[in-house]
Design a protein around this ligand. Structure first.
Ligand SMILES: Nc1ncnc2c1ncn2[C@@H]1O[C@H](COP(=O)(O)OP(=O)(O)OP(=O)(O)O)[C@@H](O)[C@H]1O
Ligand SMILES: [Mg+2]
Length: 411
């Protein structure tokens, strides 16, 4: 019997688990790397490397040692972690397929990325680097407060704030800076309008986008100045011509980063009918988009395609063609901030007809932070149906069934 191929998956976090399971189904020998020895993905991995996903050098060293002493590695991907530089470093070191280190670096530095997009004519919001509070004050004096301030290199919405909310500029600047590992801050014009998440695979410079979700920002005003996304809806309800403009924009963005073959995740805002790129990530999405929502919505095995590409196997455009369009609704559970005393109703939620997945990421004893980033989410619900209304009703019933009592909330 031929030896199984070996895939390294960088990240064993809860959002990687379905992807690791998919790799196992593909009859691969799966090695998972993560800093946390208790990472849930380790439970189904064949082998484990205990090393921080963000530490590209250390992970590449561990992967190199493994490949030399245990078995050769045939491909590397990351799932549920924004670490394309780690993946590109390993791919370059071990001679595996993957995007360039330059593309990976551009994709994790919002300022460098926006500069590249500006040079290549990809539509983006106006932006500027902000070195100091007085620099911020100068921009606000010139442009007004319809701006977003953010760390140049963070994730999960941490430190991203709207400035048109009476927020103190010094506080906003300090908060954004504190979330940047390199203490760098930028501002952008705030562009109103529907936001979408896209997930695509570039094949020989052509972008195929089976993942297209309307992001749910019903909590936007309540959580201001923070941007808290509460799941999403598929298929998109944007007009076909706008969806097609979004796909063209994502392709232009992927090409601008120099990604001819590779997967890209877009955060796009449709402002006054035209798409603008907020961000393009060079990795598989988190939040169950690639692992669960795309397959439920379209029947496309997106993670499987990305894994095959990482192993140097052929992926054809037909593999990325939606087989159907089933309504899918994702929502999150945001408990009151405080220490979790009890989590109840999960089985009841899971038994609601139409519910496909419940993931409870919080545990009793955890402290739920205030809703200032995606870290305030304690559970995720995914439901599907033949109509949007049916999927939404199922997701809402499941969210309502889950009761998470915190020390701060009345018990
Ligand atoms: N210029 C903008 N105009 C409108 N909305 C914006 C803008 N910049 C950011 N946002 C909103 O804030 C969210 C988070 O911003 P951004 O993607 O830059 O940060 P992040 O830390 O990478 O977050 P995530 O990991 O959730 O993508 C965006 O997905 C978008 O909804
Ligand atoms: Mg983003």
């Amino acid at each position: 019997m031929a030896e199984k191929k070996t895939l390294l998956i960088v990240c064993g976090g809860i959002e990687a688990v379905h992807g690791i399971a998919r790799a196992k189904e593909m009859d691969l020998h799966v090695v998972v790397s993560d800093r946390d020895p208790d990472a849930p993905g380790f439970a189904i991995a064949d082998d484990r490397l205990i090393v921080s996903t963000y530490d590209a050098e250390a992970t590449a060293r561990a992967a190199g040692d493994y490949a030399r002493t245990v078995r050769p590695i045939d491909g590397v991907v990351c799932i549920g972690a924004d670490v394309p530089v780690t993946v590109a470093t390993i791919a370059a070191r071990l001679g595996l397929p993957g995007i360039s280190l330059e593309a990976a670096r551009l994709a994790t530095d919002k300022l460098a990325m926006k500069q590249r997009f500006a040079e290549r004519g990809v539509p983006i919001p106006w932006f500027a680097s902000v070195e100091s509070l007085s620099c911020l004050e100068r921009h606000v004096a010139e442009r007004g407060r319809d701006l977003v301030i953010k760390p140049v290199d963070s994730r999960g919405g941490r430190g991203v704030q709207r400035l048109n909310t009476n927020i103190d500029l010094a506080l906003a600047f300090e908060r954004a800076k504190a979330e940047s590992p390199t203490a760098r801050v930028m501002i952008e014009a705030y562009l109103s309008g529907p936001q979408v998440s896209t997930e695509s695979l570039m094949l020989n410079g052509i972008c195929h986008t089976p993942g297209f979700s309307d992001r749910n920002y019903e909590m936007l005003e309540r959580c201001a100045p923070w941007f808290i996304e509460n799941g999403g809806d598929l298929p998109s309800r944007l007009p076909e011509d706008v969806q097609s403009l979004v796909c063209d924009t994502v392709q232009a963005a992927g090409r601008a980063l120099g990604i001819a073959n590779g997967n890209i995740k877009g955060d796009i805002v449709v402002h006054e009918g035209r798409p603008y790129v907020i961000e393009l990530a060079a990795r598989l999405s988190g939040g169950y988009f690639c692992t669960r929502e795309i397959p439920l919505n379209t029947g496309v095995d997106f993670v499987g395609c990305v894994i095959r590409m990482a192993l140097g196997e052929a992926v054809s455009p037909c593999d990325l063609e939606p087989r159907f369009q089933r309504a899918v609704v994702q929502r999150y559970v945001f408990p009151e901030p405080g220490r979790i005393l009890a989590i109840e109703g999960v089985d009841r939620a899971a038994s609601v007809p139409g519910v496909d997945e419940i993931v409870v990421s919080a545990r009793t004893g955890d402290v739920v932070p205030p809703a200032t980033s995606s870290h305030a989410r304690a559970a995720m619900v995914l439901a599907s149906g033949t109509t949007y209304d049916a999927a939404l009703a199922a997701a809402s019933a499941a969210v309502n069934a889950i009761r998470i009592t915190t020390a701060a909330s009345p018990s």
